[in-house]
Design a binder for this molecule. Structure first.
Ligand code: OGA
Ligand code: NI
Length: 272
């Protein structure tokens, strides 16, 4: 399934530009094919294309936004999303137990498995003649709950920030990379912290990755779980819905971890 998922999306991105542009992303839902959209004027752009789709909740699933070609793309992507979302459910349980909470506590804080959001973003980084001048994807943390990334099986590119230094992640065939996103940082009062990462480009080879974002229910105000707040460890974040947070992120574009840190600063400022 992993191999098929990569193959259908390579097939999509290798089509001529006129074909891809029929699916140009819409400012309202962000869905479709494109490069960065809705960012501030003068923002630095990245050397990469992507395709963004909502899979869940069901009212956001819009078949008109899905590519028609290659013919196996839809079915493969739906199957892939179903399987990887189920894996996210299991990871949520493990992470909840890791907090010393009940098995389903983190999922409850997400608003339940039914309301969870599942989105897919397929990234395609073409070869870049001057890779030292740009990035495939600027430094950011993923805004949602958690991300399961199927990185390119051969071509390096992803880097994660560890103790201030950028560390290149080596490809491991048939393995996933799991990122903690900003909403898990908020819900766990920064017990789990989102990971800052970015993508380098390459002069010799193109690179493809498939990211599945597993997100909390988007209209639920999210704040640290009460059992992770105490006088010694005050709440770092004011309640905010994921819809509100996502809008804010999309306007600004990727900016390291500054966004989750900025809501932290607001909460601390307000408490003083
Ligand atoms: C993302 C992302 C990394 C990659 O889509 O949010 O960080 O390797 N992708 O493409
Ligand atoms: Ni990311």
């Amino acid at each position: 399934l992993l191999r098929r998922a990569r193959a259908v999306w390579r097939g999509f991105f290798r089509q001529p530009m006129e074909v891809k542009q029929r699916y140009a992303n819409s400012p309202a839902t962000y869905e479709g094919y494109g490069s960065r959209l809705g960012v501030e004027k003068g923002a630095i752009l990245d050397w990469g294309d992507y395709y963004f789709l909502h899979v869940r909740p069901p009212h956001l699933f819009d078949p008109d936004k899905w590519p028609h070609l290659p013919p196996e793309l839809r079915e493969t992507t739906e199957e892939y999303s179903r399987e990887v979302a189920a894996l996210c459910g299991r990871l949520m349980t493990a992470m909840s137990l890791g907090l010393g909470a009940g098995a389903s506590r983190l999922q409850e804080a997400f608003g339940g498995a039914e309301g969870a959001g599942v989105c897919v973003r397929v990234n395609y980084y073409p070869r870049c003649p001057q890779p030292e001048l740009t990035l495939g994807l600027s430094s950011h943390s993923d805004p949602g709950g958690m991300t399961v990334l199927l990185a390119d099986e051969r071509v390096r590119g992803l880097q994660v920030r560890r103790r201030g230094a950028w560390v290149t992640v080596d490809p491991v065939p048939d393995a996933f990379i799991v990122n903690v996103g900003d909403q898990i940082q908020v819900l766990t009062n920064a017990t789990y912290r989102s990971v800052e990462h970015r993508v380098m480009v390459n002069a010799a080879e193109e690179r493809l990755s498939v990211a599945l974002f597993y997100n909390p229910r988007s209209d639920l105000p999210l704040a640290p779980m009460p059992e992770l707040v105490s006088p010694d460890r005050p709440s770092l974040y004011k309640p905010m819905t994921f819809d509100e947070y996502r809008l804010y992120i999309r306007r600004k574009g990727p900016r390291g971890k500054s966004q989750v840190e900025s809501i932290e600063a607001t909460a601390i400022g307000a408490a003083r």
